[in-house]
Design a binder for this molecule. Structure first.
Ligand SMILES: Cc1cc2nc3c(=O)[nH]c(=O)nc-3n(C[C@H](O)[C@H](O)[C@H](O)COP(=O)(O)OP(=O)(O)OC[C@H]3O[C@@H](n4cnc5c(N)ncnc54)[C@H](O)[C@@H]3O)c2cc1C
Length: 462
């Protein structure tokens, strides 16, 4: 038997002119937050055989919006790794993306503005196999939203901003608390659930109200995004992602199609404000300079690095692949905007009958394009743990299973997050010894294919 839900929220207005509290409904699962990660989580849970007759509600604070994928590219894109693409395929969200647009990244070049050091990534044995796919956030969201509409056992409630949560008391020995999680919406409506998923982004109210400590800071940096027009023709290939580490922060251009790429340029927020306000021509010139100028080159470091290069060349076979060292020249920039960047890691990903996923649990600098990939990794892990719990006959929200989810994800997320943060810190300096150390490190890593393989395989799995 499948569930068909009706939006049966009744507001009872008394004759005396005030409203008594609106309807309360109970759901097996409530997902708070319908961003990319929340929507994927609702679908992943709905697809489990053990959940076919369960009731899943997804609450999204913003109003329902129709997402039109127009001719022009949106300025917000994500680089999704093969693990995330596999998940979208399993959730049947991939066909919508395929019918619209996406671009595979076959190679990636990362280099230092202070020296000649560079590293290149490509699948050595199967160069045609993408490292990642560049897709607009809106298109990922649209593909997931369409599937949500097709699911009988999911009810999506938009304009449903949660005001507060009340969590059941969890005795020290209990595997699952007696009470349910109560959810109070700003509208006055209330719900209760056996299992709450906090997918409400980096300012997560779920995390705050669980009183979970988190480690976090604002970088006082912003990511300036834009859609870049390239000096290229439509028959040219554009499948390389470029990222250059400047002392002010990394600048990345991600290929959208032969003639367009997407910009993510991190820099101190005050500088970002200025860049966003430049004329298009000035901005384009600044992006080209950021990708090409020799202004920050350190000649001492380059001399040492050349020596190491000669030694490495005699030990390692010459490279099989050809990638342009310089990205295409930029000739236009549309839709500029800046987004604040920060780091947050929640000490716990679980609470009584509750789990956090996505940015609600962890927020990273975008320099490695890992944010939503980590969130999708959480979703896959949580769905598999919930399935195991119910198949084994344990009650939904059983703490021992939630601990399994938390451990699995923290083992993956924590090292990834701290590596990304360290990269940000390592590269935002021009201090010669540090530039020298990172230059030599990058050179050696680039020469050691097995080490690069390990890095690529970690980044591919979210
Ligand atoms: C400049 C930039 C570039 C990036 N590039 C990449 C990239 O290339 N690859 C990558 O993997 N990641 C990237 N990221 C990170 C990625 O965008 C985020 O990790 C991802 O969007 C987080 O998704 P989420 O669903 O967890 O959270 P969000 O997108 O923040 O969604 C949270 C949702 O919860 C809702 N909500 C919040 N509070 C409430 C409430 N009280 N009640 C009800 N609903 C609520 C919100 O309305 C929102 O819809 C980038 C980030 C930035 C800033």
């Amino acid at each position: 038997m499948s569930w068909v839900f009706r939006q049966n929220i009744l507001h009872q207005t008394m004759n005396r002119g005030f409203q008594i509290r609106a309807f309360s409904q109970t759901a097996d699962y409530v997902i708070s937050g319908g961003g990319m990660v929340g929507a994927a989580c609702a679908l992943a849970l709905a697809q489990l055989n053990v959940n076919k007759n369960k009731k899943i509600i997804m609450l999204e604070g913003s109003p329902k919006r129709t997402i039109d994928i127009g001719k022009d590219y949106s300025n917000r894109v994500v680089a999704l790794n093969p693990g995330s693409i596999e998940m979208l395929k399993n959730l049947e969200a991939w066909p919508t993306i395929q019918q619209n647009r996406y671009n595979p990244v076959l190679s990636m070049r990362v280099w230092d503005a202070c020296s000649d050091a560079a590293i290149t990534f490509q699948n050595e044995e199967t160069p045609a196999q993408p490292l990642s796919y560049i897709i607009e956030n809106d298109l990922v969201q649209k593909s997931l939203n369409e599937q949500l509409d097709n699911c009988d056992n999911i009810q999506v409630i938009n304009s449903a901003k949660v005001k507060s949560y009340k969590f059941p008391d969890c005795g020290s020995t209990e595997h699952v608390p007696d009470g349910l999680v109560q959810i109070h919406l700003e509208s006055g409506d209330q719900l209760e659930t056996n299992f709450l998923v906090g997918a409400d982004g980096f300012r997560s109210l779920v995390r705050q109200q669980l009183n979970i400590d988190s480690l976090g800071w604002e970088y006082n940096y912003s990511g300036v995004v834009a859609t870049l027009k390239l000096d290229a023709t439509s028959d040219q290939v554009n499948n390389t992602a470029y990222q250059r580490f400047l002392p002010t922060g990394p600048v990345a251009i991600l290929p959208l199609n032969p003639t367009y790429s997407s910009l993510v340029w991190s820099m101190p927020s005050a500088l970002a404000k200025q860049k966003v306000q430049l004329s298009e021509q000035e901005f384009v010139e600044e992006v080209n300079n950021a990708l090409r100028s020799d202004l920050h080159q350190n000649q001492i470091v380059n001399t040492v690095s050349k020596g190491l290069g000669l030694i490495l060349d005699s030990f390692t076979p010459s490279k099989q692949y050809q990638i342009n060292n310089l990205p295409p020249r930029i000739i236009g920039a549309a839709n500029r905007a800046g987004f604040p960047l920060g780091f947050t890691h929640s000490h716990r990903y679980i609470g009584p009958r509750t789990a956090l996923v996505g940015d609600a649990a962890h927020r990273v600098h975008p320099l490695a394009g890992q944010g939503v990939n980590l969130g999708f990794g959480d979703v896959m892990s949580l769905a598999s743990v919930v399935e195991k719990c119910l198949v084994n006959g344990a009650p939904l929200g059983d703490r021992s299973y939630l601990l399994e989810y938390e451990t699995e994800r923290q083992r993956h997320n924590v090292p990834t997050m701290f590596s990304i943060d360290s990269l940000h810190r390592l590269y935002t300096t021009e201090f010669t010894p540090v530039v020298l150390a990172r230059t030599l490190g990058l050179q050696v890593t680039d020469a050691l294919q097995p080490v690069k393989k390990v890095i690529m395989s970690h980044a591919a799995s979210g």
